[in-house]
Design a protein around this ligand. Structure first.
Ligand code: NAI
Length: 214
């Protein structure tokens, strides 16, 4: 497959395709047309064709798409055919909730460790992990080939922690702290702000009501 630049808008839609195709695969469906996929996903068939054309199409005229093949290809594009080693920084409510969520592992995201700077939490077990002190973080990252760090700490400490992670070979940060991180461009950062999604919901509720509920 050629390595052309794919827009972030297309990339952002791939996980959703991946999820739907995974469900179809689990239901034993082998083949699906772009129109059928469009009906299920509420995305236009032409959008689906355009998106898939970025990767060489995947389909055959009049035949549709092979569900399993498409699922695996999109997974491969998303890098889900590889495993990733993750650590969580911040063993509070959010960090523990993420550590306890098993489904990430099905996708190859393996939580290897969880760290905090609160001594009261050291040694606390969250699934098979014990909360470790921040002093152990650097060596742990290097020795366990950690490539992704999840930041679930307040914004005050986030930039300094990100710098330490980068210095020790982290390649990506899943950032829940409410601050933009200053990291070199080769480090990938995905910011997650649940409140953004909630605000979008509020906007859409208001808009719907202002338009008379049509
Ligand atoms: P929490 O207070 O339960 O947990 C934060 C943990 O981080 C504590 O255990 C604390 O000891 C630890 N910590 C603080 N500074 C640290 C540092 N420099 N190094 C290592 N550990 C440190 O808070 P919660 O509810 O888990 O939220 C965590 C952060 O994520 C908060 O700052 C909150 O604003 C943010 N947040 C972001 C969301 C988002 O959608 N982006 C949603 C919910 C929370």
């Amino acid at each position: 497959m050629e390595n052309k630049e794919i827009s972030q808008a297309v990339i952002a839609r791939l996980p959703r395709y991946f999820r739907y195709l995974g469900e179809l695969k689990d239901e034993g469906i082998e083949r699906i047309s772009s129109q059928e996929l469009s009906d299920i996903m509420k995305v236009t068939a032409s959008q689906i064709r355009q998106d898939f054309n970025n990767f060489g199409g995947f389909g055959q005229q009049g035949y549709g798409y092979k569900v399993e093949y498409l699922y695996e290809e999109i997974g491969r594009i998303l890098g889900l055919d590889m495993t990733h080693n993750l650590i969580i920084i911040g063993a509070g409510n959010l960090g523990q909730a993420l550590a306890n969520y098993m489904n990430f592992e099905r996708r190859g995201f393996l939580f290897r460790g969880i760290f905090d700077n609160n001594p009261a939490l050291y040694g606390k077990r969250i699934r098979e992990m014990e909360v470790r002190p921040m002093e152990e973080m650097e060596s742990f990252v290097r020795e366990n080939h950690i490539d992704i760090a999840v930041l679930t700490i307040p914004k005050t400490g986030a930039r300094a922690v990100a710098e330490r992670l980068v210095d020790n070979g982290i390649r990506g940060i899943w950032n829940f702290a409410h601050i933009d991180l200053n990291v070199p461009k080769e480090i990938q950062v995905e910011n997650v702000h649940l409140s953004d999604s909630l605000m979008k919901l509020a906007y859409n509720i208001n808009r719907f009501e202002q338009e008379g509920g049509i």
